[in-house]
Design a protein around this ligand. Structure first.
Ligand SMILES: NC(=O)c1ccc[n+]([C@@H]2O[C@H](COP(=O)([O-])OP(=O)(O)OC[C@H]3O[C@@H](n4cnc5c(N)ncnc54)[C@H](O)[C@@H]3O)[C@@H](O)[C@H]2O)c1
Ligand SMILES: [Zn+2]
Length: 357
C-alpha cells in the first residue's frame, strides 16, 4: 500500500492507494477518526458490489455505519438529494461527532462531501472513490457541490476530506467507457504538468494493478500540488486544471449531458485547446499529433460525431459566465508538461478550433 500525504491550508490528509483495501478500511479510519456513528453514502451500482466489506470492517472496529444508497447518475446530484440524505442521517442519530463516507464515483464524492460540509455545520468526510476519474481528480482538492437547473456545480462548498482510500481493485467492475474517462483527466495532467508521465502513458495498458497504483499516486500528487498553490481557486493557479474544460464543458452541455460523457468531452476540448495553443502559445504540430495519438490510444474521441450540432457548442460557450464579461482566460500549453493562462485567446480562435473538431 502506498500512502501519500496531501497538505491543505488547515493541515493535511492521507491518500491510501493499494489493492483490496476495503475489508480493512475500518482499521485505517480508526487511526484517524475516533469510533462514532457514520453514514456511508453510495449509489445503486456501487453499493451492491462494495458496501458489504466496508460495513463489516467498520462494525468490527467499533463504528456504527448507516448505509444510504441513492440512484446512480448525475441527475442525483441535487440540493433535494442533499436534504433527503441529511434527514436520513438525523433519523439514524448521527450528530456532530459523526462522519460521512462517500463510496462511489465523482457524483457521490461531490454530493457526500457537500453533505459533510453542511451537516451540523461540518463533519469529517472520508472519500472512497470507485472510478478512475474520482481517484485521480474529484476526490482531491476539496471541491464539493451539486447541480442546479441553471448549470452544473453551481452550489457547493470547499470541504477537504479527512482521508481518501483508493482501492484499485474496485475498478474491475467499472464499465470500460467510464474507465476511459479517467484517462482523459490523466492525459490532461500530463499535458499541463508532467512530460515524463506523458511519455510513460504510451505504455500504460490500464489493466495492471501495480502500474495503476503508481499512476493514481502520480496524479494525486499533480492535482494536489496545483491545488496547494490556490486552494480556494482565486489566483488562477488552480484554473490550469481547466485545460480542455472550457470547450469540453460546452460540448457536454450541447449534448445535453447524455450523448457525450465528461471525459469524452474533455478529450475533444483538449484537442481544441491544443489547436489554440499552436496559434497562441507556439505548441509544435508534432506535439499536437502526440496528444491526439495518446487520447486515441485510450479509446477517447478526437472528432465530434458527424451529426453533432457545432452551433450548440458555441451557444453553450456564450452561456458560460466567464465569457459574458468579454474577457476570456483560456488555458494554453506552449509545450507538453507546462501550461499557463492566456488573455490573448479570442472568440474567433475558439470558433475556429470548434469548427475543426
Ligand atoms: N470535485 C471535483 O473537483 C470534481 C472534479 C471532476 C469531476 N467532478 C464531478 O465528478 C462527477 C463525475 O464523476 P464520475 O465520472 O466518477 O461519475 P459517476 O459518479 O456518475 O460514476 C460513473 C458511473 O459508474 C458507476 N460506478 C462507479 N464506480 C463503479 C464501479 N467501481 N463499478 C461499477 N460501476 C461503478 C456509477 O454508478 C455511475 O453509473 C461529475 O458530477 C463531476 O462534476 C468533480
Ligand atoms: Zn474534468
Amino acid at each position: 500500500m502506498i500512502s501519500t500525504e496531501v497538505r491543505t491550508g488547515e493541515g493535511s490528509y492521507s491518500v491510501l492507494i493499494g489493492s483490496e483495501l476495503l475489508s480493512s478500511v475500518g482499521e485505517q479510519i480508526k487511526e484517524r477518526l475516533s469510533p462514532a456513528r457514520c453514514a456511508i453514502i453510495s449509489d445503486t451500482n456501487v453499493a451492491s458490489h462494495f458496501a458489504d466489506p466496508i460495513q463489516k470492517s467498520l462494525h468490527a472496529t467499533g463504528f456504527e455505519p448507516t448505509l444510504i444508497t441513492i440512484q446512480a447518475g448525475e441527475q442525483s446530484k441535487t440540493l433535494e438529494q442533499v436534504g433527503a440524505i441529511c434527514e436520513k442521517m438525523l433519523l439514524a442519530g448521527l450528530d456532530r461527532q459523526s462522519f460521512v463516507i462517500g463510496l462511489g464515483g465523482g457524483v457521490i464524492g461531490d454530493l457526500s462531501g457537500f453533505v459533510a460540509a453542511i451537516f451540523e455545520r461540518g463533519i469529517p468526510h472520508v472519500q472512497i472513490p470507485t472510478t478512475l476519474l474520482a481517484m485521480v481528480d474529484s476526490s482531491i482538492g476539496g471541491k464539493t457541490g451539486v447541480n442546479t437547473f441553471a448549470g452544473k456545480n453551481l452550489l457547493g462548498a470547499f470541504h477537504q476530506p479527512s482521508m481518501v482510500v483508493d482501492d484499485i481493485y474496485v475498478l474491475k467492475t467499472l464499465p470500460r467507457r467510464f474507465l476511459r474517462q479517467g484517462f482523459a483527466e490523466v492525459i490532461k495532467h500530463a499535458v499541463i504538468a508532467d512530460a515524463k508521465m506523458f511519455q510513460e502513458l504510451k505504455n500504460e495498458t490500464g489493466s495492471d494493478a501495480r502500474s495503476l497504483e503508481t499512476l493514481v499516486q502520480r496524479n494525486v500528487e499533480i492535482k494536489s500540488n496545483i491545488v496547494a498553490k490556490d486552494e480556494l481557486d482565486r489566483t488562477g493557479e488552480r484554473a490550469l486544471l481547466n485545460f480542455g474544460h472550457t470547450i469540453g464543458h460546452a460540448i457536454e452541455r450541447a449534448g445535453n449531458y447524455e450523448k457525450i460523457l465528461h471525459g469524452e468531452a474533455v478529450s475533444l476540448g483538449i484537442i481544441a485547446a491544443c489547436a489554440i495553443s499552436a496559434k497562441k502559445a507556439g505548441l509544435p504540430q508534432a506535439e499536437i499529433a502526440a496528444v491526439a495519438d495518446l487520447l486515441q490510444r485510450f479509446g477517447l474521441p478526437i472528432r465530434l460525431p458527424e451529426d453533432f450540432p457545432h452551433q450548440r457548442i458555441l451557444d453553450a460557450l456564450a452561456f458560460d459566465k466567464k465569457f459574458e464579461r468579454g474577457e476570456i482566460r483560456f488555458v494554453v500549453t506552449p509545450k507538453i508538461g507546462s501550461a499557463n493562462l492566456s488573455r490573448d485567446v479570442t472568440m474567433d480562435d475558439i470558433r475556429e478550433a470548434v469548427a475543426q473538431l
